[in-house]
Design a protein around this ligand. Structure first.
Ligand code: PEP
Ligand code: MN
Length: 352
């Protein structure tokens, strides 16, 4: 259930609504929009008596949210998108569609710097790179940990690109949060609810990838762990799911884009690299994702994919990324979006 306050409702009236909610042994989450405040009511549905709240001063209306994801549901923000700003002018959820690009892993100081310069020169808007890698095989390269984070921070210092990097365990959340501009939760951890809560309690935005065997419904409910823990800045990232089809590494379900735009106010990013597993398929799927209305892309790029420590097969080169950025802008314009290269351009185009 959500309580929509009138645009002229006072702080005292909002607090009175909060008290009524607590009297019903329920909890509240206050969402302050630019025009009005909405109070989400969380807890046992049987205790939710809308009539008590409807009478309270300053209340415009009380609405039932049928979806089990109350905070992620579109109605909760009255149909308005959430804008997630990860810094450096990179905002997800508006008219501008930012592109996050970079290697799968942070390999060494020089390589991440070369990659960062290439990402910037191509006109992409944020740098990705894993310092903590979730590997299927325990003997495979696990990432450089905190040293990798320091390398990313150095790349940001030189290029100004905000950095997106994965966190694997609740105990490492504070450390990763100190360095990163946006924390990635990977597909394997999408049901690690303690990790989701921990990411909800730190201040940086979260790029939350879909579990490879998760339905959209489960994904949105899982996002609620981050939102309910106090972090409103969640970006959903589709990276493909497991199916019987084996011509791609995963099956990239692009129909989630319009479906999620219908169900949630959270921005939606598409990762065509993990979604396909093949560099040659990435440009077409990136363009298709923008045509479908996504709010951003996450793309693996490596200057020497054949020698990449991880995910080389699906990493495009800087040259391909540069060319792709031009095509993405043309596709974006066709669907009334903007994917102009470079953050300065993005800011001029108006993030929203
Ligand atoms: C990654 O982004 O490199 C990664 C491990 O992603 P996913 O969790 O989607 O497999
Ligand atoms: Mn990868």
């Amino acid at each position: 259930m959500i309580v929509v306050m009138r645009p002229d409702a006072t702080k005292q009236e909002v607090q009175h609504v909060v008290k009524l909610i607590r009297d019903l042994e329920l909890t509240e989450h206050i969402i302050e929009g630019s025009d009005l405040t909405v109070v989400a009511v969380i807890g046992d549905d049987r205790k939710k008596d809308g009539s008590v709240l409807e009478q309270a001063p300053g209340v415009d209306r009380v609405m039932k949210v049928l979806a089990p994801y109350k905070m992620a549901a579109k109605e909760t923000r009255e149909g308005k998108k959430t804008l997630v700003d990860i810094g450096g002018g990179c905002v997800f959820g508006g008219k501008h569609v930012p592109v996050i690009a970079g290697p799968c892993s942070v390999e060494d100081e020089d390589k991440i710097m070369v990659a960062a310069r290439a990402v910037k020169a191509a006109g992409a808007h944020a740098l990705r790179g894993g310092a903590f890698k979730p590997r299927t095989n325990p003997y495979a390269f696990q990432g450089h940990g905190e040293n990798g984070l320091k390398m990313l921070a150095a790349a940001r210092a030189e290029t100004g690109l905000p950095i997106v990097t994965e966190v694997l365990t609740p105990s490492e959340v504070d450390m990763v949060s100190e360095y990163a501009d946006c924390l990635q939760i990977g597909t394997r951890n999408s049901q690690n609810y303690k990790l989701l809560e921990a990411c909800g309690k730190q201040p940086k935005p979260v790029l939350f990838k879909r579990g490879m065997a998760m339905t959209i419904d489960e994904w949105l409910q899982a996002s609620e762990y981050i939102l309910a823990a106090g972090n409103p800045n969640v970006i959903l990232c589709e990276r493909g799911i497991r199916t019987f089809e084996d011509h791609t590494r995963n099956t990239l379900s692009l129909s989630v884009v319009p479906e999620l735009q219908f169900r949630t106010h959270l921005p939606i990013v598409i990762d065509p690299s993990h979604g396909t597993g093949h560099a040659r398929l990435v440009p077409a799927m990136a363009k298709a994702a923008i045509a479908a209305g996504c709010d951003g892309l996450a793309i693996e790029m490596h200057q020497d994919p054949q020698h990449a420590l991880t995910d080389g097969a699906q990493s495009i080169t800087p040259e391909v990324l540069t060319e792709l950025m031009g095509s993405l802008q043309r596709v974006a314009q066709a669907v009334d979006k903007d994917c102009s290269p470079g953050l300065a351009c993005a800011a001029q185009a108006g993030a929203r």
